[in-house]
Write a protein that binds this ligand. Structure first.
Ligand code: UD1
Length: 424
């Protein structure tokens, strides 16, 4: 198993380019199931979660071709879903990646049948899929739960008016895809407004769908009888961009994060400015100059456009070396403080009560062996290691590899002393 070894204490300086977005690519690959023929994707990041999704689509009978990339377009992937015949997402694949539930909507819409393993518990909370199922039921699907699987059937889905009980990102995406092939109009209310939903709508509309309002809380979809395959460019990853911006802050560095999608990072940008960083939006990205030590700040996670839960752990790492006491409140997931125990091993002073963490900034952190328990927690430990004196070894890097394309290489190019090592 790989680990990341970091000799901390070097301010990061230079330029780095953000890869394509994991959370935008996942639903887009599933949207390829809605059409017969070859869909092509450009600038696909090299991530374990996307390989898992590829395996899942292949299991259903789709042909996946990792084409070589045309210059400047990153990794190119093609999916031909003409031949899908096995509408099943097995437990072995769903348990490693909850986003596998995104095949549910497209499969019922295209084949009239889907059998998808229930995702089960997840390290960062219960994460049920009741909203996905309620929405599909409203679209006329018959849902049964048996033997740990969801079975959904419908001859043809029928447009409906559905109000989400709470905004869910993949839930909104699943229903948007399903409704695209339904008969008549669907109106979805209280939708999640994350930019990845807009990216999916752009692809669906290019395929011939009629989706309006994605990115707002009400989305209207006029169903069509068929969709065609298209070429799509993946948008830059705002969470990777935010992680690199936080890396500049925690090391007191000066980094231009190329392709950082500034309009989608406003919640982070304003928090980093409050913490004393200089954040400038430039023509091709965002430049961040970190303070010697951040100011203490309060932050509350919330659905977009609020502060993203996927950047909570990384900001908390920065606050561990702030000049005072900060409060971090997690409202999206009920158990997303697993990084706290490990940050403490590096000398952080953090008290947790319920969904609130009180972080008392320390002048410095000390390197230590730490172990990541989820994707963004891993990123926060890498960031803390960049600041800590001495050596930090972050184990279980497979979590990091699920969502970051060569993070250690990007950080090394900015001057970090960081290497990937093979653990005994
Ligand atoms: C997506 C992102 C993930 C991010 C999260 C919140 C992808 C592939 N993943 O996950 O990186 O952390 O959004 O921004 O895009 N919920 C229910 N019932 C449901 C669905 C969700 O109660 O049917 C709850 C969840 O438990 C959670 C909240 O709603 O508390 C938000 O979850 P959701 O937006 O669905 O997260 P994901 O789409 O799984």
């Amino acid at each position: 198993m790989d680990a990341i070894e970091i000799q901390g204490g070097t301010p990061l300086v230079g330029e780095v380019t953000v890869s394509g977005s994991k959370n935008a690519t996942l639903p887009m690959l599933c949207a390829a199931l809605l059409a017969k023929g070859q869909s092509r994707f450009f600038d696909v990041p090299a991530l374990a979660d996307l390989r898992t999704m590829g395996r899942l689509l292949a299991h259903m009978g789709a042909s996946i071709d990792p084409l070589s990339a045309p210059p400047g377009l990153g990794t190119t992937l093609s999916i031909d879903a003409s031949t899908i015949g096995n509408p099943e997402a097995p437990y072995e694949l769903v348990k490693t990646m909850r986003a596998a539930v995104l095949v549910l909507g497209p499969l019922v819409a295209r084949l009239g049948h889907a059998r998808v393993s229930l995702p089960g518990g997840c390290a960062i909370g219960a994460r049920p899929i009741d909203q996905h199922l309620k929405g599909l039921t409203a679209l006329g699907a018959k849902i049964e739960l048996a033997h740990g699987y969801v079975e959904a059937r419908a001859d043809r889905l029928v447009g409906t008016h559905f109000n989400f009980d709470l905004p869910t990102v993949t839930g909104t995406e699943n229903l948007m895809m399903a409704a695209s092939l339904a008969e008549g109009q669907t109106v979805l209310e209280n939708c999640a407004r994350e930019p990845e939903i807009e990216a999916l709508a752009t692809m669906l509309n290019a395929m011939g769908a009629r989706v309006h309002g994605a990115g707002s809380s009400t989305i209207t979809i006029d169903g069509v009888s068929s969709l065609r395959p298209v070429d799509s460019m993946v948008v830059p990853d705002r969470i990777e961009a935010g992680t690199l911006m936080a890396a500049a802050v925690i090391t007191g560095g000066d980094v231009l994060v190329r392709r950082a999608p500034a309009p989608h990072l406003e919640a982070l940008t304003s928090k980093l400015r409050e913490a004393g960083a200089k954040v400038t939006v430039e023509a091709d990205g965002v430049r961040v100059v970190g303070p010697a030590r951040p100011n203490p700040i309060d932050v509350i996670t919330a659905p977009h456009p609020g502060y993203p839960t996927d950047l909570q752990a990384q900001l908390m790492a920065c606050l561990c070396v702030s000049t005072g006491a900060s409060r971090v409140v997690e409202t999206v997931f009920e158990n997303r403080f697993m990084h706290v125990q490990e940050l403490r091993r590096l000398g952080a002073d953090i008290a947790v009560e319920g969904n609130t963490a009180l972080v008392r900034g320390q002048p410095e952190l000390q390197g230590a062996p730490v172990m990541a328990t989820d994707l963004r927690a891993s990123a926060s430990l890498v960031l803390a290691g960049l600041r800590a004196s001495g050596t930090t070894t972050v184990s279980r890097v497979y979590h990091l590899d699920r969502g970051y394309d060569g993070l250690e290489k990007k950080l090394a190019a900015l001057g970090a002393r960081i290497v990937r090592v093979r653990e005994a």
